[in-house]
Design a protein around this ligand. Structure first.
Ligand SMILES: NC(=O)c1ccc[n+]([C@@H]2O[C@H](COP(=O)([O-])OP(=O)(O)OC[C@H]3O[C@@H](n4cnc5c(N)ncnc54)[C@H](OP(=O)(O)O)[C@@H]3O)[C@@H](O)[C@H]2O)c1
Length: 244
């Protein structure tokens, strides 16, 4: 199946490592071009080198910074004069319980995880037309409690509902909006979560193992591509069946 990604241009925020990197990998393997971002400039440079400068450019930027989305869009338009969508992604919120998480952690997580995602989608959407696609990387916490990740449990369900809201508002322009809900996919983030002793039990995953980032990357690349032309307003678990 041809995904129709050749020469399309996507912003992949948080695209320097982990799931975002894998999505950028899958997109570029199908001939798309990507603008990858992350806070650390050397990781941005390494990611661009991994994908090749003909297919990738990078911006060192923090999702919590209100100026970031405009910088990402400008990078795409300056380089390729087009923009077809975005993987709206970044670092996850810290571990912690509702009863113990201080206001400043909630505020910072909201700025980065929640408002950062909303702003990125809003600014990218201004430039999208027919066949444009936004995919938010959320978490299975959008649908069910993950013990120990209470800030995620608080923020992700709201973003999942915003995904559906945006799908209703942008559908008339032919722009699709979906959410991806990773379960347990081995990245630096899962290392951090394991260190906090809240590792999910892989025995509870019907496929019996954690996912590999590229397994997530392929699904996200399809959702972003024109091949998924009638898919919008959904939240797709990518969790080896764990939410079944
Ligand atoms: N892996 C899983 O199993 C899993 C499960 C559920 C949900 N998720 C969610 O999926 C997202 C990606 O997870 P991951 O496992 O790929 O994490 P990761 O391995 O920690 O990678 C995060 C990426 O985002 C960038 N990033 C972090 N904070 C950022 C910020 N404020 N602004 C811009 N870029 C930022 C990082 O680069 P810098 O550090 O250089 O900024 C890196 O490129 C997270 O939101 C996570 O909560 C992951």
């Amino acid at each position: 199946m041809d995904l129709g990604l050749t020469e399309r241009v996507y912003v992949v925020s948080g695209g320097t490592r982990g799931l975002g990197f894998a999505v950028a990998r899958a997109l570029t393997a199908e001939g798309a071009r990507v603008v990858v971002s992350g806070r650390d400039a050397s990781s941005v440079a390494a990611a661009v080198a991994a994908f090749g400068e003909s297919q990738a450019t990078g911006v060192a930027a923090d999702n919590a910074d209100p100026a970031t989305p405009e910088r990402l869009v400008a990078a795409a338009l300056d380089r390729w004069q087009r923009l077809d969508g975005a993987l709206v992604n970044g670092g996850g919120p810290p571990l912690g319980s509702v009863l113990e998480t201080a206001d400043d952690i909630w505020r910072h997580s909201f700025e980065s995880v929640f408002l950062g995602a909303v702003r990125t989608a809003r600014v990218v959407a201004e430039h999208l037309n027919e066949d444009g696609s936004l995919a938010f990387v959320l978490s299975t916490s959008a649908q069910a409690v993950i013990p120990g990740l209470d800030v995620s449990n608080g923020l992700r369900p709201g973003l999942a509902m915003l995904t559906r809201t945006l799908a209703t508002q942008l559908g008339g322009r032919g722009v699709r909006v979906n959410a991806l809900l990773p379960g347990r996919i081995t990245t630096e983030r899962t290392g951090y979560i394991d260190a906090g002793n809240t590792a999910s039990n892989t025995a509870a995953i019907p496929l019996g193992r954690a996912g590999e980032p590229i397994e997530f990357g392929r699904i996200a690349a399809f959702v972003l591509s024109p091949a998924a032309s009638y898919l919008s307003g959904t939240a797709i678990p990518v969790d080896g069946g764990a939410s079944a």
